[in-house]
Design a protein around this ligand. Sequence first.
Ligand code: MV4
Length: 447
Amino acid sequence: MFRKILIANRGEIALRIIRTCKEMGIKTVAIYSTADRDSLHVRFADEAVCIGPPPSAESYLNIPRIMAAVEITNADAIHPGYGFLAENATFAEVCGEYGIKFIGPTPEQIRRMGDKITAKETMLAAGVPCIPGSEGLVTDLKTGLGVAREVGYPIILKATAGGGGKGMRIVWKEADFESQWETARREAQAAFGNDGIYIEKFIEEPRHIEIQVAGDQYGKACHLSERDCSIQRRHQKLVEESPSPFMTPELREKMGAAAIKACNAIYYEGVGTVEFLVDKYRNFYFMEMNTRIQVEHTVTEEVIDFDLIKEQIKIAAGVPISGRNYFPEMHAIECRINAEDPFNDFRPSPGRITSFHSPKGHGVRVDTHVYSGYTIPPYYDSMIAKLIVRARTRDEAITKMERALDEFIVEGIKTTVPFHQKLMQNEDFRKGNFHTGFLNTWDFKNA
Ligand code: MV4
Protein backbone atom coordinates (compact mmCIF):
# COMPACT_ATOMS: atom_id res chain seq x y z
CA MET A 1 0.00 0.00 0.00
CA PHE A 2 1.08 3.60 -0.51
CA ARG A 3 2.91 5.45 2.28
CA LYS A 4 2.03 8.99 1.29
CA ILE A 5 -0.40 10.41 -1.26
CA LEU A 6 -0.22 13.91 -2.69
CA ILE A 7 -3.65 15.29 -3.49
CA ALA A 8 -3.48 17.39 -6.66
CA ASN A 9 -6.75 19.18 -6.02
CA ARG A 10 -8.58 21.56 -3.68
CA GLY A 11 -11.99 22.03 -2.08
CA GLU A 12 -14.33 19.33 -0.90
CA ILE A 13 -12.79 16.55 -3.00
CA ALA A 14 -9.33 17.16 -1.53
CA LEU A 15 -10.86 16.85 1.92
CA ARG A 16 -12.84 13.77 0.88
CA ILE A 17 -9.61 12.06 -0.25
CA ILE A 18 -7.73 13.06 2.91
CA ARG A 19 -10.47 11.46 5.04
CA THR A 20 -10.17 8.11 3.32
CA CYS A 21 -6.35 8.21 3.42
CA LYS A 22 -6.51 8.76 7.19
CA GLU A 23 -8.79 5.76 7.58
CA MET A 24 -6.36 3.68 5.51
CA GLY A 25 -3.28 4.81 7.48
CA ILE A 26 -1.81 6.68 4.51
CA LYS A 27 -0.07 10.03 5.01
CA THR A 28 -1.33 12.98 2.95
CA VAL A 29 0.17 16.02 1.25
CA ALA A 30 -2.03 18.95 0.29
CA ILE A 31 -1.00 21.41 -2.40
CA TYR A 32 -2.56 24.85 -2.48
CA SER A 33 -2.51 28.21 -4.19
CA THR A 34 -2.14 31.41 -2.20
CA ALA A 35 -5.93 31.89 -2.56
CA ASP A 36 -6.50 28.66 -0.59
CA ARG A 37 -4.29 29.26 2.46
CA ASP A 38 -7.31 29.02 4.79
CA SER A 39 -8.93 26.04 3.12
CA LEU A 40 -9.67 22.98 5.25
CA HIS A 41 -7.75 20.63 2.96
CA VAL A 42 -4.58 22.51 3.92
CA ARG A 43 -5.35 22.14 7.61
CA PHE A 44 -6.34 18.49 7.60
CA ALA A 45 -3.51 17.10 5.47
CA ASP A 46 -0.34 15.92 7.23
CA GLU A 47 1.74 18.29 5.11
CA ALA A 48 0.90 21.16 2.82
CA VAL A 49 2.90 22.82 0.06
CA CYS A 50 2.04 26.18 -1.47
CA ILE A 51 2.59 25.79 -5.20
CA GLY A 52 1.74 29.19 -6.63
CA PRO A 53 -0.59 32.14 -7.14
CA PRO A 54 -4.38 31.81 -7.58
CA PRO A 55 -4.70 31.24 -11.36
CA SER A 56 -5.04 27.50 -12.00
CA ALA A 57 -2.44 27.58 -14.78
CA GLU A 58 0.13 28.64 -12.20
CA SER A 59 -1.03 26.28 -9.45
CA TYR A 60 -3.46 23.34 -9.70
CA LEU A 61 -2.82 22.88 -13.43
CA ASN A 62 0.93 23.42 -13.29
CA ILE A 63 2.57 20.02 -13.69
CA PRO A 64 6.21 21.06 -12.95
CA ARG A 65 5.17 22.74 -9.70
CA ILE A 66 3.14 19.74 -8.61
CA MET A 67 6.02 17.37 -9.40
CA ALA A 68 8.34 19.58 -7.35
CA ALA A 69 5.94 19.25 -4.40
CA VAL A 70 5.94 15.47 -4.85
CA GLU A 71 9.73 15.40 -4.78
CA ILE A 72 10.22 17.54 -1.68
CA THR A 73 7.58 15.62 0.30
CA ASN A 74 8.62 12.17 -0.94
CA ALA A 75 5.05 11.10 -1.74
CA ASP A 76 4.67 7.82 -3.64
CA ALA A 77 1.30 8.42 -5.32
CA ILE A 78 -0.86 11.27 -6.61
CA HIS A 79 -4.63 11.45 -6.38
CA PRO A 80 -5.94 13.94 -8.97
CA GLY A 81 -9.57 14.19 -7.74
CA TYR A 82 -11.90 15.56 -10.46
CA GLY A 83 -11.40 18.51 -12.80
CA PHE A 84 -7.93 20.09 -13.09
CA LEU A 85 -5.50 17.32 -14.19
CA ALA A 86 -7.72 14.30 -13.49
CA GLU A 87 -8.14 13.45 -17.20
CA ASN A 88 -4.82 14.80 -18.44
CA ALA A 89 -2.95 11.91 -20.09
CA THR A 90 0.31 13.87 -20.13
CA PHE A 91 0.13 14.35 -16.36
CA ALA A 92 -0.45 10.62 -15.83
CA GLU A 93 2.54 9.97 -18.10
CA VAL A 94 4.79 12.40 -16.21
CA CYS A 95 3.84 10.70 -12.94
CA GLY A 96 4.98 7.41 -14.44
CA GLU A 97 8.30 8.91 -15.51
CA TYR A 98 8.88 10.10 -11.94
CA GLY A 99 8.03 6.65 -10.56
CA ILE A 100 4.93 8.06 -8.86
CA LYS A 101 1.67 6.09 -9.08
CA PHE A 102 -1.10 8.14 -10.70
CA ILE A 103 -4.29 7.00 -8.96
CA GLY A 104 -6.43 6.44 -12.01
CA PRO A 105 -6.28 4.74 -15.39
CA THR A 106 -3.24 4.56 -17.69
CA PRO A 107 -2.32 7.47 -20.00
CA GLU A 108 -3.44 5.34 -22.98
CA GLN A 109 -6.88 4.74 -21.44
CA ILE A 110 -7.32 8.43 -20.62
CA ARG A 111 -6.32 9.41 -24.16
CA ARG A 112 -8.57 6.87 -25.80
CA MET A 113 -11.65 8.09 -23.95
CA GLY A 114 -10.66 11.76 -24.23
CA ASP A 115 -10.93 11.73 -28.01
CA LYS A 116 -14.66 11.23 -28.56
CA ILE A 117 -14.46 9.60 -32.00
CA THR A 118 -11.82 7.11 -30.81
CA ALA A 119 -13.96 6.40 -27.75
CA LYS A 120 -17.03 5.77 -29.90
CA GLU A 121 -15.13 3.52 -32.33
CA THR A 122 -13.83 1.53 -29.36
CA MET A 123 -17.35 1.14 -27.96
CA LEU A 124 -18.87 0.13 -31.31
CA ALA A 125 -16.18 -2.52 -31.73
CA ALA A 126 -16.92 -3.77 -28.21
CA GLY A 127 -20.64 -4.09 -28.95
CA VAL A 128 -21.79 -1.18 -26.77
CA PRO A 129 -24.87 0.57 -28.27
CA CYS A 130 -23.93 3.95 -29.80
CA ILE A 131 -25.94 6.76 -31.35
CA PRO A 132 -26.37 6.38 -35.14
CA GLY A 133 -24.24 8.82 -37.12
CA SER A 134 -21.09 9.30 -39.15
CA GLU A 135 -18.35 6.71 -39.14
CA GLY A 136 -15.70 8.80 -37.49
CA LEU A 137 -14.58 12.23 -38.60
CA VAL A 138 -16.46 14.19 -41.24
CA THR A 139 -13.96 16.30 -43.14
CA ASP A 140 -16.05 18.16 -45.71
CA LEU A 141 -19.44 19.83 -45.99
CA LYS A 142 -20.71 17.62 -48.80
CA THR A 143 -20.04 14.39 -46.90
CA GLY A 144 -21.65 15.96 -43.84
CA LEU A 145 -24.82 16.82 -45.72
CA GLY A 146 -24.97 13.27 -47.03
CA VAL A 147 -24.57 11.69 -43.59
CA ALA A 148 -27.17 14.06 -42.11
CA ARG A 149 -29.69 13.19 -44.81
CA GLU A 150 -29.07 9.50 -44.23
CA VAL A 151 -29.52 9.53 -40.43
CA GLY A 152 -32.36 12.08 -40.67
CA TYR A 153 -32.84 15.45 -38.99
CA PRO A 154 -32.47 16.65 -36.31
CA ILE A 155 -28.78 15.85 -36.07
CA ILE A 156 -26.05 17.07 -33.76
CA LEU A 157 -22.53 18.15 -34.68
CA LYS A 158 -19.97 17.25 -32.03
CA ALA A 159 -16.30 18.13 -31.68
CA THR A 160 -14.11 15.06 -31.27
CA ALA A 161 -11.99 17.02 -28.77
CA GLY A 162 -15.12 18.22 -26.91
CA GLY A 163 -17.09 16.60 -24.14
CA GLY A 164 -19.29 17.64 -21.28
CA GLY A 165 -21.43 19.66 -23.68
CA LYS A 166 -18.65 21.76 -25.15
CA GLY A 167 -18.47 22.08 -28.93
CA MET A 168 -21.97 20.86 -29.86
CA ARG A 169 -24.44 22.24 -32.46
CA ILE A 170 -27.94 20.94 -33.15
CA VAL A 171 -29.20 21.13 -36.73
CA TRP A 172 -32.97 20.86 -37.19
CA LYS A 173 -33.19 21.02 -40.99
CA GLU A 174 -30.98 20.74 -44.05
CA ALA A 175 -31.22 24.47 -44.82
CA ASP A 176 -29.36 25.23 -41.57
CA PHE A 177 -26.64 22.62 -42.01
CA GLU A 178 -24.00 24.68 -43.78
CA SER A 179 -23.98 27.61 -41.36
CA GLN A 180 -24.01 25.34 -38.29
CA TRP A 181 -21.23 23.26 -39.81
CA GLU A 182 -19.02 26.31 -40.30
CA THR A 183 -19.74 27.56 -36.77
CA ALA A 184 -19.06 24.15 -35.20
CA ARG A 185 -15.68 23.86 -36.96
CA ARG A 186 -14.65 27.37 -36.05
CA GLU A 187 -15.69 26.93 -32.41
CA ALA A 188 -13.95 23.58 -32.10
CA GLN A 189 -10.73 24.99 -33.57
CA ALA A 190 -10.85 27.98 -31.21
CA ALA A 191 -11.76 25.98 -28.08
CA PHE A 192 -9.67 22.81 -28.55
CA GLY A 193 -7.18 23.59 -31.33
CA ASN A 194 -8.78 20.65 -33.16
CA ASP A 195 -11.61 21.18 -35.67
CA GLY A 196 -12.48 17.48 -36.00
CA ILE A 197 -16.29 17.10 -36.16
CA TYR A 198 -18.59 14.07 -36.21
CA ILE A 199 -22.32 13.73 -36.73
CA GLU A 200 -25.00 11.94 -34.70
CA LYS A 201 -28.76 11.63 -34.76
CA PHE A 202 -30.04 14.11 -32.17
CA ILE A 203 -31.84 12.21 -29.41
CA GLU A 204 -34.71 14.38 -28.17
CA GLU A 205 -35.58 14.73 -24.48
CA PRO A 206 -33.16 12.05 -23.27
CA ARG A 207 -32.32 11.18 -19.71
CA HIS A 208 -28.67 11.26 -18.65
CA ILE A 209 -28.04 8.00 -16.83
CA GLU A 210 -24.50 6.93 -16.03
CA ILE A 211 -23.09 3.65 -14.75
CA GLN A 212 -20.35 3.64 -12.13
CA VAL A 213 -17.69 1.06 -12.96
CA ALA A 214 -14.47 -0.26 -11.50
CA GLY A 215 -11.75 -2.34 -13.11
CA ASP A 216 -8.61 -3.79 -11.52
CA GLN A 217 -5.08 -4.37 -12.81
CA TYR A 218 -5.89 -7.99 -13.67
CA GLY A 219 -8.56 -7.31 -16.27
CA LYS A 220 -11.59 -7.82 -14.03
CA ALA A 221 -14.40 -5.23 -14.12
CA CYS A 222 -17.73 -4.70 -12.36
CA HIS A 223 -20.51 -2.13 -12.26
CA LEU A 224 -21.89 -0.35 -9.22
CA SER A 225 -25.29 0.62 -10.65
CA GLU A 226 -26.46 3.93 -12.00
CA ARG A 227 -26.90 7.61 -11.24
CA ASP A 228 -29.52 9.79 -12.86
CA CYS A 229 -28.00 13.19 -13.68
CA SER A 230 -30.76 14.59 -15.87
CA ILE A 231 -31.24 17.72 -13.75
CA GLN A 232 -28.65 19.94 -15.41
CA ARG A 233 -28.34 23.56 -16.43
CA ARG A 234 -25.99 24.46 -19.26
CA HIS A 235 -24.23 21.12 -18.83
CA GLN A 236 -23.70 21.74 -15.12
CA LYS A 237 -25.29 19.04 -13.01
CA LEU A 238 -27.33 20.37 -10.11
CA VAL A 239 -29.00 17.24 -8.71
CA GLU A 240 -28.02 13.60 -8.98
CA GLU A 241 -29.67 10.51 -7.59
CA SER A 242 -29.40 6.78 -7.36
CA PRO A 243 -31.24 4.66 -8.32
CA SER A 244 -32.70 6.44 -11.34
CA PRO A 245 -36.48 6.81 -11.02
CA PHE A 246 -36.63 5.65 -14.68
CA MET A 247 -34.63 2.46 -14.08
CA THR A 248 -36.00 -1.07 -14.22
CA PRO A 249 -34.12 -4.20 -13.13
CA GLU A 250 -33.98 -5.34 -16.79
CA LEU A 251 -32.58 -2.03 -18.02
CA ARG A 252 -30.00 -1.97 -15.21
CA GLU A 253 -28.92 -5.46 -16.19
CA LYS A 254 -28.47 -4.38 -19.83
CA MET A 255 -26.78 -1.05 -19.14
CA GLY A 256 -24.55 -2.61 -16.49
CA ALA A 257 -23.47 -5.33 -18.92
CA ALA A 258 -22.76 -2.71 -21.61
CA ALA A 259 -20.67 -0.64 -19.18
CA ILE A 260 -18.65 -3.71 -18.23
CA LYS A 261 -18.09 -4.47 -21.94
CA ALA A 262 -16.77 -0.93 -22.28
CA CYS A 263 -14.25 -1.55 -19.47
CA ASN A 264 -13.20 -4.95 -20.74
CA ALA A 265 -12.54 -3.55 -24.21
CA ILE A 266 -9.73 -1.38 -22.82
CA TYR A 267 -8.76 -3.45 -19.75
CA TYR A 268 -9.85 -0.41 -17.78
CA GLU A 269 -7.97 0.15 -14.53
CA GLY A 270 -9.54 2.35 -11.87
CA VAL A 271 -13.00 3.66 -11.10
CA GLY A 272 -14.85 5.34 -13.93
CA THR A 273 -18.23 6.29 -15.30
CA VAL A 274 -19.88 5.27 -18.53
CA GLU A 275 -22.42 7.94 -19.52
CA PHE A 276 -25.48 7.00 -21.51
CA LEU A 277 -28.37 8.85 -23.08
CA VAL A 278 -31.65 7.00 -22.50
CA ASP A 279 -34.67 7.79 -24.67
CA LYS A 280 -38.32 7.51 -23.65
CA TYR A 281 -38.51 3.93 -24.98
CA ARG A 282 -35.58 2.99 -22.72
CA ASN A 283 -33.19 2.64 -25.64
CA PHE A 284 -29.77 3.56 -24.33
CA TYR A 285 -26.70 4.86 -26.15
CA PHE A 286 -23.09 5.32 -25.10
CA MET A 287 -22.21 9.02 -24.79
CA GLU A 288 -18.82 9.37 -23.05
CA MET A 289 -16.65 7.62 -20.53
CA ASN A 290 -15.23 9.65 -17.65
CA THR A 291 -11.93 8.22 -16.48
CA ARG A 292 -11.98 9.86 -13.03
CA ILE A 293 -13.90 9.95 -9.76
CA GLN A 294 -16.90 12.26 -10.21
CA VAL A 295 -18.54 14.88 -8.00
CA GLU A 296 -21.65 12.72 -7.68
CA HIS A 297 -19.85 9.51 -6.65
CA THR A 298 -21.34 10.11 -3.20
CA VAL A 299 -24.87 9.02 -4.13
CA THR A 300 -23.48 5.67 -5.25
CA GLU A 301 -21.53 5.37 -2.00
CA GLU A 302 -24.72 5.96 -0.05
CA VAL A 303 -26.89 3.40 -1.85
CA ILE A 304 -24.37 0.57 -1.92
CA ASP A 305 -22.59 1.49 1.33
CA PHE A 306 -19.14 1.57 -0.21
CA ASP A 307 -16.12 3.96 -0.10
CA LEU A 308 -15.27 4.61 -3.76
CA ILE A 309 -12.10 6.57 -2.97
CA LYS A 310 -10.84 3.65 -0.91
CA GLU A 311 -11.60 1.32 -3.81
CA GLN A 312 -9.76 3.66 -6.17
CA ILE A 313 -6.65 3.66 -3.97
CA LYS A 314 -6.77 -0.13 -3.51
CA ILE A 315 -7.04 -0.69 -7.26
CA ALA A 316 -4.06 1.63 -7.87
CA ALA A 317 -2.08 -0.34 -5.28
CA GLY A 318 -2.79 -3.57 -7.15
CA VAL A 319 -5.50 -5.07 -4.94
CA PRO A 320 -7.94 -7.19 -7.00
CA ILE A 321 -11.65 -6.30 -6.98
CA SER A 322 -14.26 -8.83 -5.90
CA GLY A 323 -15.68 -8.92 -9.42
CA ARG A 324 -19.34 -8.91 -8.36
CA ASN A 325 -21.73 -6.10 -9.24
CA TYR A 326 -23.41 -3.83 -6.68
CA PHE A 327 -27.08 -2.90 -6.56
CA PRO A 328 -28.82 -0.04 -4.75
CA GLU A 329 -30.25 -0.90 -1.37
CA MET A 330 -31.37 2.65 -0.52
CA HIS A 331 -32.30 5.83 -2.35
CA ALA A 332 -29.88 8.78 -2.32
CA ILE A 333 -30.16 12.31 -3.70
CA GLU A 334 -27.43 14.93 -3.94
CA CYS A 335 -28.02 18.67 -4.27
CA ARG A 336 -25.02 20.74 -5.32
CA ILE A 337 -24.88 23.86 -3.19
CA ASN A 338 -23.12 26.50 -5.29
CA ALA A 339 -22.11 30.04 -4.45
CA GLU A 340 -24.38 31.36 -7.19
CA ASP A 341 -27.50 33.51 -7.30
CA PRO A 342 -30.30 31.36 -8.74
CA PHE A 343 -32.51 34.46 -9.03
CA ASN A 344 -29.89 36.16 -11.18
CA ASP A 345 -29.08 33.65 -13.91
CA PHE A 346 -26.94 31.62 -11.46
CA ARG A 347 -24.33 34.33 -11.40
CA PRO A 348 -21.28 33.42 -9.25
CA SER A 349 -21.43 34.90 -5.77
CA PRO A 350 -17.97 34.61 -4.21
CA GLY A 351 -17.04 36.38 -0.97
CA ARG A 352 -16.97 35.89 2.76
CA ILE A 353 -19.35 33.42 4.39
CA THR A 354 -20.34 35.23 7.58
CA SER A 355 -22.36 32.35 8.98
CA PHE A 356 -22.44 28.67 8.00
CA HIS A 357 -24.46 25.88 9.55
CA SER A 358 -24.91 22.63 7.68
CA PRO A 359 -27.83 20.25 8.16
CA LYS A 360 -27.32 17.14 10.23
CA GLY A 361 -29.28 14.16 11.47
CA HIS A 362 -30.05 10.64 10.33
CA GLY A 363 -29.39 9.97 6.64
CA VAL A 364 -27.84 13.39 6.00
CA ARG A 365 -24.30 13.85 4.65
CA VAL A 366 -22.62 17.14 3.81
CA ASP A 367 -19.28 17.13 1.97
CA THR A 368 -17.78 20.60 2.16
CA HIS A 369 -14.54 22.48 2.68
CA VAL A 370 -16.14 25.71 3.90
CA TYR A 371 -16.97 27.06 7.35
CA SER A 372 -18.15 30.26 9.06
CA GLY A 373 -15.71 33.04 8.21
CA TYR A 374 -14.34 31.31 5.08
CA THR A 375 -13.91 33.45 1.98
CA ILE A 376 -14.81 31.82 -1.34
CA PRO A 377 -12.14 32.82 -3.85
CA PRO A 378 -13.42 33.93 -7.28
CA TYR A 379 -10.89 31.84 -9.22
CA TYR A 380 -12.31 28.33 -9.07
CA ASP A 381 -15.65 26.60 -9.45
CA SER A 382 -18.54 27.73 -7.37
CA MET A 383 -19.55 24.52 -5.61
CA ILE A 384 -19.28 25.04 -1.84
CA ALA A 385 -21.01 21.92 -0.54
CA LYS A 386 -22.72 18.72 -1.55
CA LEU A 387 -25.83 17.87 0.42
CA ILE A 388 -26.59 14.16 0.19
CA VAL A 389 -29.49 12.39 1.83
CA ARG A 390 -30.41 8.76 1.90
CA ALA A 391 -33.56 6.91 2.85
CA ARG A 392 -35.39 3.67 2.07
CA THR A 393 -37.53 5.16 -0.69
CA ARG A 394 -37.32 8.07 -3.12
CA ASP A 395 -40.31 9.79 -1.49
CA GLU A 396 -38.65 9.60 1.92
CA ALA A 397 -35.38 10.86 0.46
CA ILE A 398 -37.16 13.90 -1.04
CA THR A 399 -38.85 14.62 2.30
CA LYS A 400 -35.52 14.34 4.08
CA MET A 401 -33.88 16.62 1.50
CA GLU A 402 -36.57 19.25 2.09
CA ARG A 403 -35.95 19.04 5.84
CA ALA A 404 -32.17 19.26 5.35
CA LEU A 405 -32.38 22.22 2.96
CA ASP A 406 -34.52 24.06 5.52
CA GLU A 407 -31.72 23.58 8.07
CA PHE A 408 -29.00 24.97 5.80
CA ILE A 409 -27.79 28.40 6.93
CA VAL A 410 -25.35 30.21 4.66
CA GLU A 411 -25.01 33.95 5.18
CA GLY A 412 -22.89 36.53 3.38
CA ILE A 413 -23.22 35.02 -0.10
CA LYS A 414 -26.01 33.77 -2.38
CA THR A 415 -26.46 30.03 -2.84
CA THR A 416 -28.51 27.55 -4.85
CA VAL A 417 -30.39 26.38 -1.72
CA PRO A 418 -33.64 28.21 -2.72
CA PHE A 419 -33.50 26.61 -6.16
CA HIS A 420 -33.30 23.13 -4.64
CA GLN A 421 -36.15 23.88 -2.23
CA LYS A 422 -38.42 24.76 -5.15
CA LEU A 423 -37.26 21.76 -7.16
CA MET A 424 -38.09 19.34 -4.34
CA GLN A 425 -41.67 20.68 -4.44
CA ASN A 426 -42.03 20.36 -8.20
CA GLU A 427 -44.66 17.80 -9.12
CA ASP A 428 -42.82 16.44 -12.17
CA PHE A 429 -39.60 16.09 -10.21
CA ARG A 430 -41.42 14.29 -7.43
CA LYS A 431 -42.96 11.89 -9.94
CA GLY A 432 -39.56 11.23 -11.52
CA ASN A 433 -40.93 12.81 -14.67
CA PHE A 434 -37.94 14.67 -16.11
CA HIS A 435 -35.27 14.63 -18.80
CA THR A 436 -32.17 16.68 -19.60
CA GLY A 437 -34.28 19.55 -20.96
CA PHE A 438 -36.26 19.94 -17.71
CA LEU A 439 -34.55 23.12 -16.53
CA ASN A 440 -34.90 24.78 -19.95
CA THR A 441 -38.66 24.81 -19.61
CA TRP A 442 -39.21 25.05 -15.85
CA ASP A 443 -39.38 28.63 -14.62
CA PHE A 444 -38.25 28.15 -11.05
CA LYS A 445 -38.49 31.85 -10.15
CA ASN A 446 -42.24 31.73 -10.68
CA ALA A 447 -42.69 28.26 -9.19
C1 MV4 B 1 -26.40 14.39 -27.32
C2 MV4 B 1 -27.73 14.80 -27.10
C3 MV4 B 1 -28.69 14.36 -27.97
N1 MV4 B 1 -28.37 13.59 -29.02
N2 MV4 B 1 -26.13 13.60 -28.37
C4 MV4 B 1 -24.41 16.90 -23.80
C5 MV4 B 1 -23.16 16.65 -23.08
C6 MV4 B 1 -22.37 15.77 -23.92
N3 MV4 B 1 -21.81 14.74 -23.10
C7 MV4 B 1 -23.31 15.21 -24.94
N4 MV4 B 1 -24.56 15.88 -24.75
C8 MV4 B 1 -25.64 15.56 -25.48
N5 MV4 B 1 -25.40 14.75 -26.52
C9 MV4 B 1 -27.09 13.25 -29.20
N6 MV4 B 1 -26.79 12.49 -30.28
C10 MV4 B 1 -27.99 15.62 -26.02
C11 MV4 B 1 -26.93 16.02 -25.21
C12 MV4 B 1 -27.32 16.90 -24.15
C13 MV4 B 1 -27.26 16.52 -22.82
C14 MV4 B 1 -26.79 15.28 -22.44
C15 MV4 B 1 -26.73 14.94 -21.13
C16 MV4 B 1 -27.16 15.81 -20.18
C17 MV4 B 1 -27.61 17.06 -20.51
C18 MV4 B 1 -27.67 17.43 -21.83
C19 MV4 B 1 -28.15 18.69 -22.16
C20 MV4 B 1 -28.19 19.04 -23.47
C21 MV4 B 1 -27.78 18.16 -24.46
